[in-house]
Design a protein around this ligand. Structure first.
Ligand SMILES: [Zn+2]
Ligand SMILES: [Zn+2]
Length: 348
């Protein structure tokens, strides 16, 4: 008999202490490479590498094993699935996100879950293509200069917006995207790429100072800091300015995790971005469906009949024309099981 698990196991093992976390904030510092961050500490990230690291766990063996682009990396973080997705358009993730699961299972209003993003295009994280979830239980979005299609906004302004929303709505779940390192790297501006890293390190510190002193959040808020992808190693396809393949520079990310339910110190076990939503689900006591869909690009080679007119005119010289092959690309939806795991080493 085939047993199908419908719900991914996110519940804590029996006998463990009740969790104190009521709020989770995920910060994604877009597109920072190991060599300019955790590979050269304190360097540009003194707040995270010398201060915050002492208050929580750090995972150096943390990776993006999927598609190392912004929209795919963020989709892995919010849905637990590595999938190809248009990095510049309005294509929605194939599966519902932790925001939707949270709002559905708690019955809370849209203001309880937020996407606050410097990149306007990350509004796609709020919704899904999956018919049974599309346009349902949508979180609130504050993205870009003034919403989708209005361009990227500076990270200092995103921090201001995040703090304003935290103060006003006291959400239980928020994802913040900071874009300056990635944005300036693509522009080939090394100085501002580095400046972006240093600024975002300060903004993470400011955010933690706020979360650990504000009455609504202190002692009941978990902060997860990561990146959606790294950047090419030097010498690979444009080096630091670009990203998007499976070179070690693109795949290497990191996780810094602080909160009332977490211990301290380095976690040596290996995890990846798709493990984040299951970990958030455990913290917020929600469940995720274990069955998910994964879009796959299917390449079908179709043999077409030879051009008969051409064949007839060249009858003497060419007896048989090779069939003209045509490649047809189709997006197939595979149903599979959620592969992410709760990062259990984080919990005390
Ligand atoms: Zn990028
Ligand atoms: Zn690369």
């Amino acid at each position: 008999m085939l047993l199908i698990l419908l719900v991914a196991c996110t519940a804590p093992p029996s006998g463990t202490k009740p969790l104190k976390t009521e709020h989770v904030v995920i910060v994604v510092i877009d597109g920072v490479r190991w060599s300019e961050t955790w590979g050269a500490t304190p360097g540009l990230i003194p707040n995270m590498s010398a201060n915050l690291i002492q208050k929580g766990h750090f995972l150096p063996k943390f990776y993006n094993y999927g598609y190392t682009y912004t929209n795919s990396g963020h989709t892995a973080i919010t849905t637990g699935v590595n999938q190809p997705i248009d990095n510049y358009g309005d294509e929605l993730p194939a599966n519902p996100s932790i925001f939707q699961y949270f709002l559905k299972q708690t019955g809370k209003p849209a203001t309880a879950a937020w996407i606050v993003s410097s990149k306007d295009k990350l509004h796609i994280l709020a919704n899904t293509q999956r018919p049974d979830w599309k346009d349902e239980f949508l979180p609130s979005v504050n993205a870009g200069v003034n919403g989708p299609g209005t361009g990227y906004r500076m990270d200092s302004l995103t921090l201001v917006e995040a703090k304003r929303i935290l103060t006003t709505h006291k959400p239980n779940l928020m994802l913040i995207n900071f874009m300056e390192p990635d944005g300036f790297a693509h522009a080939g501006n090394w100085e501002n790429y580095l400046r972006g890293i240093a600024r975002d390190d300060r903004y993470v510190m400011e955010l933690w100072d706020f979360l650990s002193t504000d009455e609504a959040f202190k002692k009941k808020t978990t902060l997860l800091v990561t990146t959606d992808h790294g950047r090419h190693l030097d010498g690979i396809d444009g080096g630091w300015a670009e990203h998007g393949d499976n070179c070690p520079g693109c795949q290497q990310v990191f996780l810094l995790a602080l909160g009332p339910d977490f211990g301290r110190g380095e976690v040596v076990a290996e995890y990846s971005l798709i493990d984040l939503p299951l970990t958030v689900a455990r913290l917020l006591k929600i469940e995720m469906d274990s069955l998910v869909v994964v879009p796959r690009i299917d390449t079908t080679v179709v043999a077409l009949a030879p051009d008969t007119t051409l064949a007839a005119s060249q009858q003497d010289s060419v007896q048989v024309l090779p069939p003209q092959d045509s490649i047809r690309l189709e997006i197939k939806m595979d149903t599979t099981v959620l592969k992410g795991r709760v990062i259990k080493e984080l919990f005390k």
